[in-house]
Design a binder for this molecule. Structure first.
Ligand code: UDP
Length: 413
């Protein structure tokens, strides 16, 4: 059985038929995705299933990764922070380095394609340095909340974005006035991946024990890169406010490295300092590809937190909802698409607010279960990979439309 047939058991026959039908119009089209890391973070997570599935549908899909010296990642992380509204100083030389690395990569990467989809700001200048005959159409896929960028960084990026044929954002609130067509496509998870598939009970328990988490006591969990926008310190503050009322309570902060995020070790140090010697506060630095470990933690959590201060989408929220967990999430970005008060969890604005909602959910087990069931179905309907792929194929058809009539006649399947 191929992968698409396996997904049929989760999303139904009709959805897969629709995908196969849409793919007819894109058969053989060469599509190249470019991002800045193969492991760590949501973009890598998505591309690792999307590229093989596109290929299975007959699209000639490839995945290229931009690379540069360590300073490049420092600069692009600062650009990312500025794009999400945090003013981190950047020198002219820094912005020049961003462009120079893009120029070098434009020569090195295999970009020949009908469409190149560039993810996030790191490779955003590739169109400027790629000869026109190598790529027919460029699409910029923005995964972050770019609604309130700092002026200087937006000016720097705008000059690059103006060369694109289309841009994709997660939600309307993230869009900015741009001269190209814009598409709204929220991300999704793969329900059959190691991160999200059902786990045998003995594996779940064994994994928890190995990670020093007690499987028999209530567990709060936040899975995130160690990044200040994810507010790990705020999560610790919330846990400390609740702990006196629930002495059994454990908090696990699980994160891992991302090649393109150099701030991780520094934030991890801050988190360890705040964690102190509390044996019920478990900070885990997991190696890349710890998907089954994260799966086990999410399935074991009593409540999942994602107390971000800015968030593109928050795949960790989707993963938790899919596993039937209520989520307490920071009221920002894509978390607001997924967490709905009293239905799938609670949106919060402060550590105190998070603590208040944690106490409520710890107290009412049946409400946790009801929210968990609602969350699971909500993800099935809106945030599984098949919906995501369908949106991408429609976008690809619209963008290639100018080249040739690739769109199949409606109802001809
Ligand atoms: N993730 C992981 N290991 C970690 C931390 C995160 O595999 O130690 C995964 C997490 O399960 C999710 C993705 O990385 O699939 C994070 O995506 P999200 O959209 O939540 O945040 P981003 O890191 O892209 O800002």
């Amino acid at each position: 059985m191929n992968r698409l047939e396996t997904y049929e058991q989760v999303v139904g026959h009709q959805e897969i038929t629709r995908l196969r039908y849409l793919a007819q119009g894109l058969r053989g089209a060469r599509v190249v995705h470019v991002n800045s890391t193969r492991t760590g973070g949501g973009v890598a997570e998505i591309l690792s299933w999307m590229v093989p599935l596109m290929r299975e549908l007959g699209i000639d899909a490839h995945w290229e990764v931009i690379t540069g010296p360590p300073d490049f990642y420092r600069v692009t992380k600062a650009i990312h922070n500025n794009l999400q509204g945090l003013p981190v100083p950047l020198k002219d030389e820094d912005l020049q380095l961003h462009r120079d690395v893009n120029r070098d990569n434009a020569e090195k990467l295999a970009l020949e394609a009908d469409i190149v989809i560039v993810h996030d700001p790191q490779p955003i200048f590739l169109p400027e340095f790629t000869p026109k005959n190598r790529v027919k159409r460029w699409v910029w896929r923005c995964h972050v909340d770019a609604s309130r960028p700092t002026r200087r960084v937006w000016k720097h990026l705008e000059s690059a974005i103006n060369r694109y044929d289309a841009a994709i954002f997660h939600m309307a609130a993230f869009t900015r006035p741009l001269p190209c067509p814009m598409f709204l496509i929220p991300p999704s998870i793969d329900p059959l991946s190691d991160k999200n598939c059902p786990l045998p009970e003995d594996e779940r328990i064994e994994t928890l024990r190995r990670l020093n988490v007690d499987p028999d006591r209530p567990l709060l969990l936040q899975v995130s890169r160690f990044d200040r926008f994810k507010d790990p310190i705020g999560v610790i503050q919330a846990y400390r406010l609740v702990k006196p009322y629930y002495p059994d309570l454990q908090l696990c902060l699980a994160g891992g490295p991302a090649d393109d995020d150099p701030e991780g070790p520094e934030v991890l140090r801050e988190v360890m300092e705040h964690a102190g010697s509390d044996r019920d506060l478990i900070v885990l630095m997991l190696p890349p590809n710890s998907h089954r470990e994260i799966n086990a933690l999410q399935r074991s959590a009593t409540i999942v937190l994602q107390k971000s201060l800015r968030e593109g989408f928050g795949l960790t929220v989707t993963e938790a909802l899919w596993k039937g967990k209520p989520v307490i999430g920071g009221a920002c970005g894509g978390i607001t698409l997924q967490v709905h008060d009293y239905h799938t969890g609670f949106l919060v604005y402060s550590p105190e607010g998070a603590a208040y909602r944690i106490r409520y959910l710890l107290r009412y087990a049946e409400k946790r279960q009801r929210m968990g069931r609602t969350g699971h179905e909500f993800v099935r309907e809106h945030f599984l990979l098949t919906r995501h792929l369908r949106d991408y194929m429609i976008m690809l058809m619209c963008v290639t439309q100018k080249d040739k009539a690739r769109i199949p006649t409606p109802f001809a399947a």
